[in-house]
Design a protein around this ligand. Sequence first.
Ligand code: NA7
Length: 536
Amino acid sequence: MNISKSSDVYDAIIIGAGFSGLQQLFFLRDKLGLKTLVIEEAYDLGGTWFWNRYPGARCDSQSYSYCYYFSKELLKEWKWEEKYPSQKEILKYLNFVADKLALRSNILFNNKVISVSYNLENNKYCIVTNKVKIRSQYVISAVGCLSSTNIPVIPNLKDFNGEIYHTGSWPHSDVDFEGKRVGVIGTGSSGIQAIPIIAKKASEVFVFQRTPNFSIPARNENLSDEFFNKFCQNIDNYKALMKKSRHGHPWLTPETSIVKTEKNRREEIFEEAWKAGGLRFRECFGDTLTNQDSNELISKFIKSKIRSLVKNQETARVLTKFDYPFGTKRPALDTDYFETFNNSNVHLIDLKKSPIKKFISKGLETSFGQYALDVIVFATGFDALTGSILKIDFKGKDNVRLIDSWKEGAKTYLGLQVNNFPNLFFITGPGSPSVLTNMPQSIDHNVTWITDCIKFMKKNKYSIIEASKLAVDQWTDHVQKTVEKTLFVKAKHSWYYGSNIPGKPRLFLPYSGGLKKYRRICNKIAKDNYYGFILK
Ligand code: NA7
């Protein structure tokens, strides 16, 4: 796409060509007929799935739920290969959708958005990229929740002579681990997925663990034609089930309490759920995240499973030194993660006991000693939910800067808007359920809501919508009060609270009330003539 004139004026600019940006483009362009452009930093589409190409990168949501449901045609034309889709398969899928809906012609690639500034006089934003300047009435941030990579500050990184990678910005060519000594820092979902694959090639793998992570077996499998045919006949049921579910997954969470269930029956349910694998394990009872005693029972069950999988009981002890309740930091899904520690070339280093001191030319030094390494893989996560938004200098009315408005924490109304920034929307922004849910379902809700809102504005001849300060404050308060009813508060050291990034304000970032409840609230507000928003 060729855009070079600063006179280019759009109805809507969308930042980011991942899952959310693509759907928003289709809805605004094809359903509302708006002049719409997506601006994307990368040379191609995919968002998270464009960048996260590390070995073993795979989605934790089931493939048939991790896709667009706005078109039956798309659902019937795409046959997923695996129960949990790999990064490659998801990227292929997004390209299929973009081709099918002819989206590429409205995407400006290789353009990094630097600033977005509002001009009250003409009610337009000026969007400046590293190459062009464009104006638009609406701006929709579709930058993703987990896109701004976090490389922790550890002294002397520049002294290290080997190869350095981050799981979230992996090279596009294969990385060769054959016969190499590899250090992996971080045991979140990315580390847990990558370590077993790296260990198959590397001569030695040193896993530097600061906090152990609960992980459930994924039990991934190939999907049959029979499964696909059955799915095609049941699309409506599938869709209805995800709408009814707490977090947008294709199952319902029972109301039953772990602690109130008789011991044998409880163990039976845990066993069945463990055998089935996947995130549903977390929801085999209704009070895992709200009742401390219940959580201790399910945590104990997982610990016993890990002990039975790992032969060296000292290694098992370090892998199960949990200091937070199960599920309150994002649990991982794995394929042979714990079993990998039975291989003689895989070593677990407990950073709680001996923290990293610095990098050295040949590797890394902890307070225990030095480790010679050829490769270091940072699996150290992201500046989640706000990092990729605040990389852009958003300026609203009276030159108010978003970075200043969020100094005390990211405050939004429904995760969708901020006061002082008229006509700026966020898809799966902080304050929305986002990362606690099956993302495409949250995206579908936000995109549809924003589209309906703009349609309403056009119909009623409004040109400005802006969340009121009161609505922002009240919603932020509600988000914090909601989480206080859960056990999430017992894991303050988590990226849900922003505490993985030094200096980041501590606020629980996603809305923990569930997608079902959130959808109901947002839709009621829309029905109430956008209560809490100022329309002009
Ligand atoms: P996560 O879940 O943020 O995990 C990052 C890991 O890196 C975690 O184990 C951290 O330990 C560790 N970490 C971070 N900084 C350091 C330092 N300085 N030293 C040692 N270890 C460190 O990121 P992922 O990429 O795995 O997963 C993010 C999401 O992406 C995931 O939930 C999926 O939704 C996809 P900590 O716990 O902070 O002690």
